[in-house]
Design a protein around this ligand. Structure first.
Ligand code: GLN
Length: 538
């Protein structure tokens, strides 16, 4: 039977529970344990797919096509194993499931209630991850203790330990220890209250991880331990890191968090190998140079909106032994006149995924600037679509070329000029509707292209999240004017990757390669893009 670790949070939100969970996941995996992870989000949305990236950060996509919380991105980047649809649940998903069952009469006339029906459904999602080849299941609960939405999840957590042997379950609670500048002291009271709240619900945490700016003294730890009813050696501090979030696992390991967790759960204390991770951190701390990359998007003011993109760029930097500096630019600010001034000096341009018309003209102006000035360019999803429309307009001479997305949304343009459009199953342009292409799709790479050189493979698989496609009816026109289709889907023949031959490095992909990039293994396209940016600046 698998063991279970539950991570909850208190005092404030945004404590970095996701990073801490991911870090602990890495440590357990590095000890040779077979791990699965789950993120529970108490909001009512069935998944974050419809949520505004401004509010909730990016939507992460798994191989099997789940639109998931961005914490799954941390999990994958740290732990290095793919998550799935089973790795993220929300209140909305749980209620939908219970209501569906109720409609089918599966509750045999019972009154359907939060306890036991909702809590049962939550516990079932834990058990779904259990399997003979899984040693430990790490489950993070979003939000803070005391949130109304979180209560059924807390209740399920409480019940779970009652049904299992107590030593098969480990509760970790994360809190914040504020430091009062005026009196020069740290304050443990909020943590005490947070744990009280947890104990009211019936959960006694086994370990506390406290976010601090100052390291916790032994006496502070014993005070917290006493008031929170945990052992002193089970109180840990997680200081703000200096260089990189990738230091967190090391910070936790130095305090033996992983060892103590394993001992509590009776898991074998296999030797731990962090050499790959340490080597990566060394590169982060001592880069041999830097390069600046412009990211022109719509949500550049909130870093979480393009989380995986920024991470993947950093990974591309690590692989090239340089630090990547970001120049975040609001797409609407870029015009034909302003492009040169705004973008001058960068080593490369990245256009991330996006939805909707706003900012599109700016993105295309930025792309035009990079194309004409031989500046390395990487287009991601909508970034590819904008590159195609820009090429149609400014190189193929179709001045009114559009993506059908603008027509569908705002009635802009003429569908017969749609270089990017919705495709039906016969690859014919459709007027409306269309389902999202989600999750992994294959891409065959053409010989002697930059894409093929970067990937060094014939067939690759990447994750998708989009509705619109390069219109197959327009491909000939684009090719005739020099656009290279370097990757296509082997089944549908839809365009996956485009590039330019007479440009140092101009590549755009319909997929989201950023989701698969890892600090210890940069995604090939990001690695090649940064390498091209360095060459351009050399
Ligand atoms: N809006 C575009 C589409 O739906 C691109 C989506 C994206 O960039 N993820 O096809």
């Amino acid at each position: 039977m698998s063991k279970f670790i539950f991570i909850t949070g208190g005092v404030v939100s945004s404590l970095g529970k996701g990073l801490t969970s991911a870090s602990l996941g890495l440590l357990l995996r590095s000890r040779g344990l077979r791990l699965r992870m789950l993120k529970m989000d108490p909001y009512i949305n069935v998944d974050p797919g419809t949520m505004n990236p401004f509010q909730h950060g990016e939507v992460y996509v798994t191989d099997d096509g789940a639109e998931a919380d961005l914490d799954l991105g941390h999990y994958e980047r740290f732990v290095g194993q793919p998550m799935s649809k089973a790795s993220n649940i929300t209140t909305g998903a749980i209620y939908s499931e219970v209501i569906r069952k109720e409609r089918r009469g599966e509750f045999l006339g019972a009154t359907v209630q939060v306890v036991p029906h909702i809590t049962d459904a939550i516990k079932e999602s834990f058990l779904r991850l259990e399997s003979p080849d899984v040693d430990v299941i790490l489950i993070e609960l979003g939000g803070t203790v005391g949130d109304i939405e979180g209560l059924p999840f807390m209740e399920a957590l409480r019940q779970f330990a009652l049904e299992r042997a107590r030593e098969d379950v480990l509760y970790i609670h994360m809190t914040l220890i504020p430091y009062l500048q005026a009196s020069g002291e740290i304050k443990t009271k909020p943590t005490q209250h947070s744990v009280q709240k947890l104990r009211e619900i019936g959960i006694q945490p086994d370990m506390l991880i406290c976010r601090t700016t100052q390291p916790l003294t032994e006496s502070a730890k014993s005070k917290i331990a006493l008031f929170c009813n945990v052992r002193t050696e089970h109180v840990f501090d997680e200081k703000d890191v200096d260089f990189s979030i990738y230091e967190v696992p090391i910070l936790l390991h130095e305090q033996r968090v992983d060892e103590i967790a394993c001992k509590h759960l009776g898991l074998p204390l296999n030797e731990l190998d962090l050499s790959e991770w340490q080597a990566m951190l060394e590169k982060v701390k001592h880069p041999s140079g830097s390069v600046e990359i412009a990211v022109v998007g719509k949500y550049t003011s909130l870093t979480d909106s393009y989380k995986s993109i920024y991470e993947a760029l950093a990974h591309g930097g690590i692989a090239n032994d340089v630090k990547v500096k970001l120049r975040r630019i609001e797409a609407e600010e870029v015009t034909r006149e302003s492009a040169e001034k705004i973008l001058d000096g960068v080593g490369g341009l990245l256009i991330p995924g996006g939805f909707g018309r706003r900012g599109s003209e700016g993105k295309m102006e930025a792309i035009r600037w990079a194309r004409e000035n031989q500046v390395p360019f990487l287009g991601i999803c909508y970034g590819l679509q904008c590159a195609v429309v820009e090429y149609a307009r400014n190189v193929c001479g179709v001045a009114d070329a559009i993506t059908a997305e603008w027509f569908d949304e705002e009635g802009i343009g003429d569908l017969s000029k749609a270089f990017v459009a919705l495709m039906d199953s016969q690859q014919k342009v459709m007027a409306k509707g269309g389902t999202m292409r989600l999750g992994e799709y294959a891409c065959g790479l053409v010989k002697n292209t930059k894409a093929r050189a970067a990937y060094n493979a014939e067939i690759v698989r990447e994750r998708h999240r989009h509705r619109y496609e390069v219109n197959p009816g327009m491909v000939k026109t684009l090719q005739k004017h020099g656009l290279v289709i370097s990757g296509t889907n082997p089944d549908s023949r839809l365009v996956e990757i485009i590039e330019l031959a007479d440009h140092p490095w101009f590549v755009a992909t319909q997929a989201h390669p950023e989701f698969k990039s890892r600090p210890v293994q940069a995604h090939p396209l990001f690695q090649a893009f940064i390498s091209a940016a360095l060459e351009y600046k050399a």
